[in-house]
Design a protein around this ligand. Structure first.
Ligand code: MLT
Ligand code: MN
Ligand code: ZN
Length: 310
């Protein structure tokens, strides 16, 4: 399995266009302790040519340009993006779909019925795209969670419901239903190696704990360091938990959760908000992660599992 981090930042990206917090100011000024990051998306492939995009970020065009592997150029109009899988209907995970409108064929789109409902209702991207190449919707079932994707032979996907939150524009904001937020396990069938991916994760329920415990690589919600991070900075009245994100620090926080996993598990934080002190490579918070064996994802990060080089 080939896995590429296309975008490692949370909604807004890093730096965020209107933000003058210490991190955003420093990265704009070229401080070498920080690197810019685009909004949340990864790609997986079994052959290095045909990719499943997991989430379609508003930064997708820049991400495709930055990753030539997504452009195998087998014909005059061609893409390596075989299909898209959505974890939720948040703006930072879906609006890139609009940028894929020039496709020659309908885009295979894997999402839960709840997310498809949003994309046909409150944020009608699927309806808009029907005037272009359109999407071929593959509704996911939480009761029959395993599926395969055409073009990605040798990979098995399994989705699970997560506790997080529905998007601010959703009628289900603050009252999410199962299927508004999911995580995914991707298994490389020949080697049995597994990745668990959940960029928006508010609570560690038993199924999530089990998926994390049996994964070789865990790529999870790294949005906030502190539960009150946005409040302390005067940027929002909401806690991380209100927004559906489990903060890293504090008892029962993501560091504690990851520390309980086997030492051999690769533990990586992704979907990092621009306010998070872990973005600074020289911060005490980053040092605490490093001491706990936890990595911070970066744009362009490559993970190969069950292949010759991994
Ligand atoms: C979130 O996951 O809470 C988002 O990044 C919010 C957003 O995209 O506006
Ligand atoms: Mn987000
Ligand atoms: Zn900022």
């Amino acid at each position: 399995m080939y896995l590429r981090i296309l975008g490692s930042a949370a909604g807004g990206g890093f730096p965020q266009w209107n933000c003058n917090c210490a991190n955003c100011t420093a990265v704009r000024a070229g401080d070498p302790a920080l690197s810019a990051r685009t909004q949340s998306s990864i790609a997986v492939s079994s052959n290095g040519q045909d990719w499943l995009l997991v989430n379609a970020s508003p930064d997708i065009l820049a991400q495709v340009r930055a990753m030539p592997e997504l452009q195998p150029a087998r014909s005059v109009r061609d893409t390596g993006i075989a299909a898209v899988l959505l974890m939720d209907a948040q703006i930072d995970h879906v609006t890139g779909l609009l940028m894929l409108r020039e496709r020659r064929t309908a885009l295979p789109l894997y999402a839960t019925p709840q997310v498809l409902e949003e994309l046909n209702g409150s944020l009608p991207l699927v309806r808009v795209l029907s005037h272009y190449a359109g999407v071929q919707a593959h509704p996911l079932s939480l009761s029959e969670p395993d599926f395969e994707v055409a073009g990605l032979a040798g990979l098995r996907f399994s989705v699970m419901s997560l506790t997080s939150n529905a998007p601010p524009y959703s009628p289900r904001r603050d009252a999410p239903l199962p299927g508004d937020n999911i995580g995914v396990v991707v298994e490389d069938i020949p080697s049995g190696k597994r990745v668990f991916y959940a960029p928006g994760l508010g609570r560690i329920e038993p199924a999530v704990a089990c998926a994390m415990a049996t994964a070789d690589v865990v790529l999870v919600d790294g949005t906030f360091w502190r539960n009150d991070e946005m409040q302390v900075l005067g940027l929002s009245s909401k806690t991380a938990m209100d927004m559906g994100h489990l903060a890293q620090s504090g008892p029962g926080g993501m560091i504690d959760v990851l520390a309980a996993l086997p030492k051999s598990t690769r533990k990586i934080l992704i979907h990092i908000n621009n306010t998070n002190p872990i973005l600074r490579s020289d911060s005490p918070e980053r040092a605490a992660l490093t001491a706990a064996g936890i990595e911070v994802a970066w744009d362009g990060m490559a993970i190969n599992l069950g292949t010759d080089n991994g």
